[in-house]
Design a protein around this ligand. Structure first.
Ligand code: 5GP
Length: 219
């Protein structure tokens, strides 16, 4: 490090940021808006056995895999976490996430509560955010209006929403998604304070004391 580098560049490190919340809480919309404003956040594309919805792109929204391929990946220990959610399997491919963290990126994982709990066991440095709808009525409205699920699927997702809410206590932060822009600002505030967390900077004292004072004069 030299004296012209800011502390920020030298000390900022990558970490996992887990975003959960019931179906219809707006995780997708909030993540997208967050990523548009922050180019140091990378999205972890999950694998799933679910069928693509109209407009969804393989490799961008999800990696759409067969059950066989998904099971192979489990057997080969290629997932950071995986879970059966609603009626399909979902999992976070490990390699990409670890490479990005190593590079110093913030990696956004948009996953369900079961997956989040698995991550919590092995990654103490991860930050856990739970996205809440303003009300449960609004939640049902959003799931129904999306129009991409069958009636049975909507019912499953709505009843699962109540079960997911039970786990909010396991998370570090909650964000209410009434207005997307405000939810994004809340998440940016969380990121900002997480970056300033002393525990994320192992040698903070050494780094500070190592810096030589070259400026003359002043106080
Ligand atoms: P959807 O089918 O609506 O895209 O997603 C259904 C649920 O699966 C959402 O709660 C979403 O966060 C969750 N999900 C998506 N990807 C993953 C993943 O990689 N792991 C886990 N555990 N859940 C996921």
């Amino acid at each position: 490090m030299n004296n012209t580098e800011s502390w920020w560049e030298v000390m900022a490190k990558g970490f996992l940021m887990v975003l959960s919340g019931p179906s219809g809480s707006g995780k997708g919309t909030v993540s997208k808006a967050l990523m548009e404003r922050n180019d140091d956040i990378v999205f972890s594309v999950s694998a799933t056995t679910r069928q693509p919805r109209p407009g969804e792109i393989d490799g961008e929204n999800y990696f759409f895999y067969t059950k066989e391929k998904f099971n192979d990946m489990i057997d080969n220990n290629e997932f950071l976490e995986h879970a059966f959610v609603h009626t399909n399997y979902y999992g976070t491919p490990k390699k990409f996430v670890m490479e990005q963290i190593e590079k110093g990126e913030i990696v956004l994982l948009e996953i369900d509560v079961q997956g989040a709990l698995q991550i919590k066991k092995n990654h103490k440095e991860a930050v856990f955010i739970f996205l809440l709808p303003p009300t449960m009525d609004e939640l049902k409205d959003r799931i129904t209006k999306r129009g991409t699920e069958s009636k049975a699927d909507i019912d499953t997702r709505f009843s699962n929403a109540f079960k997911e809410l039970d786990f909010v206590g396991e998370y570090d932060f909650f964000v209410v998604n009434d207005k997307v822009e405000l939810a994004v600002l809340d998440i940016e505030a969380i990121i900002h304070s997480e970056r300033l967390r002393v525990k994320r900077h192992k040698n903070i004292k050494e780094q500070v004391t190592k810096k030589q004072v070259t400026k003359k004069g002043g106080n």
